[in-house]
Design a binder for this molecule. Structure first.
Ligand code: FMN
Length: 145
């Protein structure tokens, strides 16, 4: 399978997660491509079986850049799946739910529940054990568990 990972990251924590996830998916034997949403147009993502979007939580939800990207995003392959990640400080973050609402009109199917990864300060670092969470998430979205 091919997995496309598109992330927004202000301080690099989400970026680290996106690249770690890409490595985990490759290890399981699948293909990935990783993009910062700052470097790719919302209608230029490559064809993939699964799209992963990773966003920080800013003021209780995804930042404007991610909201705009998800609203404008166009994916040719309608039977594609999606999965979401947010990095956050507040465990009650609603970023996943807000991203899901933005993706609803796109007609994609959810590959797994969203993943929340805590940062221990505004600029990080990521919580201990984030690698294991991402390993499990990779297996979940690919249906390997
Ligand atoms: C402007 C701003 C607002 C933020 N608001 C929240 C918030 O409402 N809730 C929360 O849990 N974290 C909040 N944070 C912390 C971010 O979630 C954290 O900086 C981010 O997850 C780190 O990921 P990154 O390094 O990929 O940017 C905020 C950070 C910034 C810069």
């Amino acid at each position: 399978m091919k997995v496309c990972i598109a992330y927004e990251s202000k301080f690099g924590n989400g970026e680290k997660c996106a690249h770690y996830l890409s490595g985990a998916i490759t290890k399981i034997g699948h293909e990935t491509e990783v993009f910062s949403i700052r470097d790719v147009k919302p209608n230029s993502l490559p064809q993939a079986d699964i799209y992963v979007f990773s966003s920080p939580t800013h003021v209780g939800g995804p930042p404007g850049k991610m909201k705009k990207f998800l609203k404008k995003m166009e994916i040719g392959k309608k039977e594609a799946k999606y999965a979401l990640i947010t990095t956050h400080m507040d465990p009650n973050t609603k970023t996943i739910e807000k991203m899901e609402a933005l993706l609803e009109p796109k007609g994609l199917t959810k590959a797994s529940d969203g993943l929340k990864i805590k940062v221990t300060g505004m600029k990080g670092p990521l919580e201990d054990g984030f690698e294991e969470k991402l390993d499990e998430f990779a297996a979940n979205i690919l249906g390997e568990k």
